[in-house]
Design a protein around this ligand. Structure first.
Ligand SMILES: Cc1cc2nc3c(=O)[nH]c(=O)nc-3n(C[C@H](O)[C@H](O)[C@H](O)COP(=O)(O)OP(=O)(O)OC[C@H]3O[C@@H](n4cnc5c(N)ncnc54)[C@H](O)[C@@H]3O)c2cc1C
Length: 393
């Protein structure tokens, strides 16, 4: 059994590190999933996306026939390094979700029209799936699309749409047959230009005081039928490809490992009261536990990435990696807050805050980790049923 990367992959890892050292000013870091704090940071992140695209790195996991490099493991290394070092610019919605769905189910015309804008980083996509009454039970969504001449006319509401305020386009799940049983057989997958009249985007501010996502209202929004991906009422298949592309969750794990390494450093240094946290046996044991969890998370994630690189479809293995990685991220944040005590509560704008650890922000951002893209309960159900063969409750 050999868990190491090839010399070529290790060389690429160093190349990524050098690139980040050149391009990202010290101290500029993003949170989970590229969430940024200010408009300036957002503009910087967009610039980084363009630089990644120019190097061919943004879409390096895509097959060569679509302009990629078939370099799945290298794209995992890229994500790991970018997130460990807090560098913004990777694109999730377009590169990681929509593109694989288009390659599998899009028409030739749709591929020619949409893939180049994703690979170049020029067109930013968001994911319009969740609704106030449909999250884990996504097939219950009620946003309706009705055919009218050459268009679909959309009415309804989406929620938690990440980056909606910056996105140019949205890949949207709509109900085209409300009477279908099972419910997922009445869903279609539409591509919606956010400039279309009738769309209202309303901000949602997270508990970390950041505008990460939005509510999006659709009021008689007309979308040409040529923007339907796959067959009408069969959008669930398209959505499952989009949901399944990069499932290793390595980005979260990298970010959490970075925080563990910083906490270790923090614990070694005397604090303003003169105490060195690492002298406390409980602190040492907690940090040892976190380190072990980080290593396990990493191996689980690499396994999923490797399976995908072989053209396999990891299912419950991906749920396992995701679940463990998300809970690791939260464990790091909770333990960090305990180790740092009252200092951990301070945000970066306080002169007493530890700007290396940014633990208050990390801990607020970590809450959503076990909710986004499938809650922990949903992942455990998937592992129990598909992995262990246990019956549905
Ligand atoms: C940071 C973040 C970013 C997001 N970005 C997007 C985005 O860009 N686009 C988008 O469409 N959505 C996005 N979401 C929404 C996300 O997909 C949903 O929040 C998620 O699917 C859960 O749905 P819900 O919030 O409606 O909770 P519910 O589904 O209502 O769940 C409530 C609780 O019930 C539990 N539960 C539900 N069903 C079961 C079951 N069968 N068995 C056991 N327990 C169950 C859940 O685990 C949870 O604890 C984002 C969410 C977060 C936190």
């Amino acid at each position: 059994m050999d868990f190491s990367f090839s010399p070529d992959e290790e060389q690429f890892r160093q190349e990524v590190r050098d690139f980040i050292a050149r391009e990202v000013p010290p101290g500029l870091e993003t949170g989970v999933g590229g969430f940024v704090e200010s408009e300036d940071e957002w503009q910087f992140a967009r610039g980084m996306t363009k630089k990644l695209a120019a190097k061919g790195w943004l879409s390096m996991a895509w097959p060569k026939e679509y302009g990629g490099q078939d370099a799945h493991m290298k794209s995992v290394i890229l994500s790991e390094e970018m997130n460990y070092l807090g560098a913004p610019g990777l694109d999730f919605g377009g590169v990681g979700m929509l593109a694989p769905a288009l390659m599998a189910h899009g028409t030739e015309e749709q591929k020619k029209r949409f893939l180049p804008g994703i690979a170049s980083g020029d067109v930013l996509w968001c994911q319009g799936w969740s609704e106030p009454g449909a999250g884990s039970d996504l097939p219950s969504l009620t946003t309706r699309a009705v055919e009218d001449c050459d268009d679909f006319v959309i009415n309804g509401q989406k929620v938690w749409t990440s980056h909606a305020q910056h996105a140019n386009w949205c890949f949207l799940l709509v109900k085209t047959d409300p009477d279908a049983e099972p419910k997922h057989r009445g869903i279609s997958f539409l591509l919606v230009d956010f400039k279309t009249p009738g769309i209202t985007i309303s901000p949602l501010i997270t508990m970390a005081d950041e505008r990460a996502f939005s509510e999006v209202f659709y009021d008689n929004v007309r979308v040409p039928k040529e923007n339907l991906v796959g067959e009408k009422n069969r959008g669930w298949r398209v959505a499952m490809i989009a949901a399944g592309f990069e499932r290793s969750g390595i980005y979260r794990i990298a970010l959490a490992r970075r925080n563990v390494d910083r906490l270790i450093q923090y614990a070694k240094e005397p604090q303003p009261d003169g105490i060195v946290p690492a002298r406390d046996p409980l602190v040492r044991q907690n940090l040892a536990d976190l380190y072990i969890e980080g290593e396990i998370s990493r191996i689980l994630a690499y396994r999923v990435a490797w399976q995908q690189a072989q053209g396999l479809q990891p299912e419950w293995e991906a749920s396992m990696a995701r679940l463990f990685g998300c809970e690791f991220q939260q464990h790091v944040a909770h333990t960090g807050m305990e180790i740092m005590g009252l200092y951990g509560l301070l945000r970066e704008n306080s002169k007493w805050a530890n700007t290396e650890c940014k633990m208050a922000r990390q801990s607020l951002l970590a809450v959503g980790a076990t909710i986004a893209a499938g809650t922990s309960e949903v992942q455990r159900n998937a592992i129990a049923m598909r992995g262990l063969g246990l019956p549905r409750g």
